[in-house]
Ligand binder design. Structure first.
Ligand SMILES: Cc1ncc(COP(=O)(O)O)c(C=O)c1O
Length: 397
């Protein structure tokens, strides 16, 4: 059977959640009597860490040089040192097992293009598995890479864990890549070591790669999240075979505008990915690589940020009631009708939140597990989080 053209795949992409939100709000105005609260985007809004300006100023001449795609060895060494201290890794080689990225978004997208066979016929396309609801980039990546997306439902019934048990054997057989996101956007679920172990067993049995999006790794309520590389190493997989971890400074260091991240794990996969990247060229400017090295080498600012996120989560749930999520700065709240709720929150309370429907997709059974939830980001500190909770409680639909 013929293989779908790239244009057809691009046309298959749905509108991005924020475009859908804009369309939902079109023609409506927020309540003018209330100061707006934007809890829609997961954009940290904390002060710049103190070392940013000094490090940048000291390295401005780097703007006159082309940076290499893989990143300077100094930055990769700083990243490897962070991975070692954060996850207790015995060893990770900065030269072969670490790459730099422009945030996680671009690398989460591009990796599917490196690992999926685009020539497979339409009736035997490789599967890319992903949580549902999900960070929408996984879905866009799978579609444009020519894969068949397969959705792992994250519902209350599974404790919001992506449901591996529901995947049929024929899907595992043709799986090229599984995305996992821990802590999870939007549900706040955290993968425990057992979950990663199970996934690694399946990866060996069915020969696929795991891409672990750990960009919220430093934002958690109590239990510090485990990482895929640490679980792999504990199992004796010192080569991190089949594993790629992606993380960034966007959430950990509240530097989303810097567009700086890491890719780490299996040297073979990294070589393959580097080849693709040497053509697409997502290199980080050298002065920013210096700032990034400083950010991966400092934990004080990360601990200060965590204090603010924990205080915000507590302030929110003290007012709203319910259970504090295990990780990330998102709250994932059940509501009767998520689109109607988001619109009412905007018009009645001047609050922007995302309908869960926009973060999920209709799965194999036609069910979108995001429907019936809204996502709010607690990114403006504890006072704003408490006010957000009061206003969300007052929404009437
Ligand atoms: C789950 C998840 N992964 C990745 C990203 C991308 O972040 P960045 O590219 O800034 O690292 C986001 C951003 O909101 C996210 O929520």
């Amino acid at each position: 059977m013929q293989n779908k053209s790239h244009q057809v795949r691009i046309a298959q992409l749905g509108a991005y959640p924020f475009e859908r939100l804009k369309a939902l709000f079109d023609g409506h105005t927020p309540n003018p009597e209330l100061e707006p609260i934007d809890a829609g985007a997961g954009e940290p809004r904390l002060p710049l860490p103190s070392f940013v300006a000094d490090t940048l100023n000291a390295n401005l001449t780097g703007f006159s040089k082309y940076p290499s795609t893989v990143g300077s060895i100094e930055l990769r060494t700083a990243i490897a040192a962070w991975l070692k201290q954060r996850y207790g890794l015995e060893s990770i080689d900065p030269a072969t097992q670490v790459l730099t990225a422009n945030g996680t978004r671009e690398s989460l997208f591009a990796i599917a293009h490196a690992l999926v066979n685009p020539d497979a016929p339409d009736d035997r396309r490789p599967y890319v598995l992903m949580p549902n609801p999900m960070y929408q980039i996984y879905l866009g990546a799978a579609i444009t890479a020519g894969a068949e997306p397969w959705f792992l439902s994250c519902s209350e019934a599974t404790g919001f864990a992506p449901d591996l048990a529901a995947v049929p054997e024929h899907v595992w057989t043709d799986t090229a890549l599984v995305y996992v996101c821990s802590p999870s956007n939007p549900t706040g679920w955290i993968a425990d070591e057992d979950y990663f172990r199970k996934l690694l067993e399946l990866a060996d049995r069915f020969d696929f790669a795991i891409v672990s999006d750990e960009c919220y790794s430093e934002i958690y309520w109590q239990q510090r999240p485990a990482g895929l590389l640490e679980v792999a190493e504990n199992l004796g997989r010192t080569d991190f075979s089949r594993c790629l971890v992606m993380n960034s400074l966007s959430k950990r260091s509240a530097l989303p505008g810097m567009r700086s991240g890491l890719i780490a794990g299996d040297a073979k996969l990294i070589r393959q990915f580097t080849k693709l990247r040497s053509y697409t060229g997502p290199a980080t400017p050298l002065p920013l690589q210096h700032v990034a090295a400083a950010a991966w080498s400092d934990e004080l600012h990360v601990e200060q940020h965590l204090d603010v996120y924990r205080a915000s989560l507590k302030a929110f749930f003290d007012v709203y009631g319910g259970e504090i999520p295990s990780g990330s700065f998102f709250v994932w709240l059940p509501v009767a009708d998520d689109e109607a709720f988001a619109l009412a929150a905007y018009t009645q309370q001047s609050v922007t939140v995302l309908p869960g429907t926009y973060l999920g997709a209709a799965d194999q059974n036609g069910i979108n597990p995001g429907t019936g939830y809204i996502r709010a980001a607690l990114v403006d500190g504890p006072e704003s989080a408490a006010e957000l909770a009061r206003r969300l409680k007052a929404v009437v639909i």
